[in-house]
Design a protein around this ligand. Structure first.
Ligand SMILES: [Zn+2]
Length: 316
């Protein structure tokens, strides 16, 4: 009996003879034994079928995914706004069958032949496959209530909603179409900023989109910019903050550089709530915070007002 148990043990520890004196090494062994237990805990979590429940990061409630989808990805318990895809967002805003997507097939060109940990080309292919989007924005005319608008909706799931030449070009064409057809522009932003893989070509989009909006504004046409979590850097510093009305979703992080960079540069303590939609509303950058479920109704209200002013001006 003894010999059989010995051979079993020696299999686990290896061929080293001193394994016969376990008591002295025991403490070291127990710590080793503890590590796999952490892994085992993780595998227990995996027992919950994926894609059925989501834990709210704010109130920690477990929400049934179907319920979350029906609630436009807003926590029904505390109102936390989860990220929402561009197509779901468009669906939540426009009247059925009124959205006509523009430039649906436009894709980026790897101008710089960028190579980092992986190439830009492979990144694009990966994200196009995983998201079924061609790039980080979907644009086109559609009807919100009775108003025909030029709508652009960004998607954070495509390379962090970064603005490369495709995002810039699609938005510019959308704004130019709006100027030509005398339509209001509504852009829902979410972005990590300019797309580093395209270097200067992505930075140029800031000027291009801003210039297109300037021509749109010259025609006295309204532009409503909606900032969602997160809207930062190059997008925040160009079209996203050029709206006649700037709205934001509750709790959205909005800023240019990250808080750590600002803190290190200014060597000053940042005020509480810095870079949140609520902070920026109090400081005048944002005109209103609108919960996602109220967004469509509020947009219709603002468009009623803004287009009525223009209609009255045209009659006078
Ligand atoms: Zn919650």
């Amino acid at each position: 009996m003894d010999t059989t148990s010995f051979t079993k043990k020696s299999l686990g520890v290896g061929t080293v003879e001193p394994a016969l004196t376990p008591p002295s090494v025991d403490t070291a062994q127990t710590t080793f034994n503890k590590k796999p237990k952490v892994g085992a805990g993780k595998s227990k979590k995996r027992d919950i079928p994926e894609g059925l429940w989501t834990k709210c990061p704010t109130c920690e409630a477990m929400i049934f995914d179907k319920e979350l989808d029906e609630n436009l990805k807003v926590c029904p318990k505390c109102g936390h706004h989860f990220p929402i895809g561009s197509r779901e967002r468009i669906h939540s805003l426009v009247e059925t069958c009124t959205f006509e997507e523009m430039d649906a097939g436009m894709t980026s060109v790897d101008m710089l032949r960028f190579k980092g940990a992986s190439t830009y080309k492979s990144k694009l292919e990966e994200y196009q496959k995983n998201t079924t989007l061609k790039d980080a924005v979907v644009t086109g005319p559609g009807k919100i209530g009775p108003h025909r608008v030029a709508l652009g909706v960004m998607d954070f799931s495509f390379l962090g909603g970064s603005m490369g030449s495709v995002v810039g070009e699609k938005l510019t064409r959308l704004i130019e179409r709006a100027t030509e057809k005398e339509l209001p522009v509504v852009i829902i932003s979410t972005s990590g900023g300019a797309r580093m893989y395209e270097g200067m070509f992505s930075l140029m989009q800031m000027a291009k989109t801003s210039a297109a909006l300037a021509y749109h504004a010259q025609r006295r046409l309204p532009f409503i910019s909606v900032l969602t979590h997160p809207t930062t850097a190059g997008v925040m510093a160009s079209y996203a903050t050029l709206g006649d009305l700037i709205l934001a979703e509750p709790g959205a992080m909005i800023g240019f550089a990250g808080p750590r960079v600002i803190k290190d540069t200014t060597q000053a303590e940042l005020p509480p709530g810095f870079q949140t939609a609520e902070f920026l509303l109090n400081h005048g950058l944002i005109d209103a915070i609108v919960p996602r479920r109220e967004m469509k109704g509020r947009l219709i209200g603002y468009l009623d007002f803004l287009t009525a002013v223009k209609k009255a001006a045209a009659i006078a």
